[in-house]
Design a protein around this ligand. Structure first.
Ligand code: MTE
Ligand code: MO
Length: 371
């Protein structure tokens, strides 16, 4: 095992080499045995590292995919997979700790360790304990923040410690024994997931059962205001008007013919609220022919925050002026906000200024709002 492919590695290699040197001085037999043991360590260590790398990358990807989907079945599948990947990382911790003990620690690696541990802990709090915000920060926000810090550190860590060689599984990694062990591990982790889920439902306090997305219920009469990173509550006059495909509407005008719609506001920071909103359907405010000729509907906030929807979805975009029978508060989007049943909270543009028809495809936007 040369220094190049000893990803985990360098530390174990060093240990193995020094043991080998010792072996030549000591009794010959003992030397051969420790050398073999050193090699076994190195191989097991590299496999642990390869597995951990792909588990963490998989967790990162499934986490973001989970934010993009909102329907129950895909949400549940992605959330369960995401949780399994996280638990599998925890399950490999004893092996990784052996590797760490044999390596020289660098600052970036320690930071990576802290970010991963913090991210995992916050994820499990959300999953098994529930949603609550401390100092305005929710467990899921810590989880996402930690993962955003961990990913570049992981890239750096891997490049420093062995690079490409450690990421690619080798043929010997795919032996029957290794595969069986992997399947056994997957079984154990799945069992652990089921036990922890059952346990959290029995002791998790109200509300015990999270939504398919992993979010926890909050009181619809006390929806927490959630404002994306760089946005802020604008000061809009009550006379504020919303422009919809060339026509303009005041909030009072929208309220006059408002219909009620029940919808779940499910924020990616880990909570959801089932509330009744009042408003007008965007599709009812735009001539059918104009809508049919457009590809997408762009909804822009007075703050610049915006989301683009397929034109065919205009029937499920609501310009809402009230929630639970009360006018919107400034923080929750007054005087007019979007309500989009079936989409995650970040699509529910607040303080709507404009609704425009567009011939651009609806995917021509960043997957998540940058503002
Ligand atoms: N203009 C604007 N609209 C926005 C946001 C924002 O930051 N700016 N946050 C979004 C997010 S992430 C969520 S979850 C909901 C939150 O709505 P609430 O504040 O009424 O709970 O609004 C969405 N609409
Ligand atoms: Mo959100």
């Amino acid at each position: 095992m040369g220094p190049v492919d000893g990803g985990p590695g360098a530390g174990i290699d060093r240990a193995a080499r020094s043991r080998r040197r010792l072996g030549t001085v000591e009794a010959e037999n003992g030397g051969v045995r420790t050398e073999a043991r050193g090699r076994t360590f190195a191989r097991a260590g590299r496999r642990t590292n390869v597995a951990l790398f792909w588990l963490v990358v998989g967790a990162f990807v499934t986490g973001w995919v989970g934010f993009a989907v909102a329907r129950p079945v895909p949400s549940w599948l992605v959330a369960a997979l995401h949780a399994l990947l996280g638990l599998a990382v925890v399950a490999l911790a004893p092996w990784k700790s052996m590797i760490i003990r044999r390596s020289r620690l660098r600052v970036a690696s320690v930071l990576l360790l802290v970010a991963v541990v913090l991210g995992l802990a916050a994820g499990f709090v959300q999953l098994f304990a529930g949603w609550s915000a401390a100092l305005g920060i929710s467990p899921l926000q810590v989880h996402v923040g930690a993962s955003l810090i961990a990913l570049p550190l992981l890239g750096w860590h891997v490049l420093r410690r062995g690079g490409r060689a450690m990421l690619a599984p080798r043929r010997s990694d795919l032996s029957r024994r290794v595969l069986l062990r992997g399947l056994g591990g997957l079984g154990a982790v799945s069992a652990g997931y089921l036990v922890l889920t059952a346990l959290s439902r029995s002791i998790g306090g109200p509300p015990r059962t999270p939504a398919a997305t992993g979010s926890r219920a909050v009181d619809p009469d006390a929806i927490p205001a959630t404002i994306w990173l760089l946005d802020r509550v604008p000061e809009l006059a009550p006379t504020h008007r919303v422009e919809v495909a060339g026509r303009s509407y005041g909030a009072a005008e929208l309220a006059e013919d408002a219909e009620q719609v029940n919808a779940r506001l499910d924020c990616t920071s880990g909570w959801f609220a089932d509330a009744t909103w009042s408003g007008r359907r965007v599709a009812d405010l735009i001539p059918v022919a104009d809508l049919a000729a457009a590809r997408s509907v762009l909804v822009t906030s007075a703050t610049g925050y915006r989301r683009r929807f397929p034109a065919a979805e205009a029937g499920s975009l609501w310009l809402a002026v009230a929630c639970q029978g009360r006018p919107l508060t400034a923080a929750s989007g007054a005087p007019v906000r979007l309500v989009v049943p079936g989409r995650r909270g970040f699509w529910w543009v607040k303080w709507v200024a404009r609704v425009e028809l567009s011939d651009q495809p609806s995917w021509a936007q960043p997957p998540f709002p940058a503002q």
